[in-house]
Design a protein around this ligand. Structure first.
Ligand code: AHM
Ligand code: MG
Length: 330
């Protein structure tokens, strides 16, 4: 019937990595499984009172965690540990990295994960997501995993992707050979290839920024937003403002329709709000693989050398021509 499942696709694409052990494929498979489990709970969130509300603990950024954050964190951790291909993970929800050394001594990969991004949207029934990225460890296999295994620049990513829990669940990922998207059919429990070789349209007319912060953004960002709002028939302006406040959903829409997402430095968050390892780098890898651009306003995101696990960076990402325009104003 011409339908390709994610499982078939992963097997087929193993030939992109001649001589590979299939470990990376196994990591993607564990994420697809945990995604299904988390999706099931998210779909019940409005029903299950016990899932809503606060878990009562705080993460390292001082933000309150909701129960589903904790649940998602556990599911992805367990799924990744079970496959034995990962020696450690760093999660946006955990203060420090977690090592799987006891069980997975010979594993050569580490995974960074934001298990439930945009979680403030859960109790208002708005799309949320999971973001992940995979690196090869830099310290020797068989020794305890170290902080330096996690503090690698985005250019070292071997895979990155996201799951959007929206009107449908979708998994979108890259291993450096383009970007492909898979839509989940809950009736049979299978993801199908629905968005082959995804590309950002070169031009777009959607801008996504929290405009409530505009007065405390730098002048280049303010000028660009004014530019988006001007009337100009030739360039099809004014553009449309669309901001869900769920990075995964905002990025996903812009990837499909053409647009730009900006979370700049503000006076409240002088380094922006988003985390380099869990949010900026994976989206930068996906954006570049899809023909888009990702910067911190000046530097290419993927070339930034991280110095700490929970480091924040401004993020500007999207369609090439929109990104070039904002860059010319910064
Ligand atoms: P979170 O990881 O705590 O959920 O925060 C990240 C989210 C992004 O999904 C979203 O783009 C951004 O925070 C929205 O922030 P703001 O409310 O400041 O616009
Ligand atoms: Mg997040």
């Amino acid at each position: 019937m011409g339908f390709t499942t994610l499982g078939e696709f992963i097997l087929d694409k193993q030939s992109d990595f001649p001589g590979s052990s299939g470990d990376l494929s196994s990591i993607i498979s564990s994420i697809r499984l945990a995604g299904k489990i988390v999706n099931q709970q998210i779909n019940k969130a409005g029903l299950a009172k016990h899932i809503l509300g606060w878990a009562g603990s705080e993460n390292i950024q001082g933000e309150q965690q909701q129960k589903l954050d904790v649940y998602a964190d556990e599911q992805f951790r367990k799924a990744l540990e079970n496959r034995k291909m990962v020696c450690g993970i760093a999660s946006e929800e955990e203060d420090d990295f977690i090592t799987f050394d006891n069980n997975n001594k010979d594993a050569k990969y580490v995974v960074m994960i934001d298990p439930l991004d945009g979680s403030s949207n859960i109790d208002v029934n708005v799309s949320i997501g999971t973001i992940f990225s995979v690196y090869k460890r830099v310290t020797p296999v068989g020794t305890p995993v170290q902080l330096e295994d996690f503090l690698q620049p985005g250019t070292a990513q071997v895979a990155a992707g996201y799951i959007v829990y929206g009107s449908s669940m979708m998994l979108v990922y890259t291993t450096g050979h383009g970007v492909n998207g898979f839509t989940y059919d809950p009736g049979i429990g299978v993801y199908f290839l629905s968005h082959k070789n995804m590309k950002f349209p070169e031009d777009g007319r959607i801008y996504s920024i929290n405009e409530g912060n505009i007065n405390s953004c730098e002048k280049g960002v303010q000028d660009y937003v004014k530019y988006c709002q001007e009337d100009d028939k030739a360039t099809n302006r004014p553009y449309s403002a669309r901001y869900i406040g769920s990075l995964v959903a905002d990025f996903h829409r812009n990837l499909i329709k053409g647009g730009i997402y900006v979370y700049p430095a503000t006076s409240k968050n002088p380094n922006g709000k988003l985390r380099l390892l869990y949010e900026c780098n994976p989206f930068a890898f996906i954006a570049e693989q899809a023909g888009g651009i990702a910067t911190d306003g000046k530097r290419r995101i993927m070339e930034i050398q991280p110095t700490e696990l929970h480091q924040r960076e401004p993020l500007f990402t999207g369609s090439k021509n929109m990104m070039n325009k904002i860059a010319s104003m910064m």
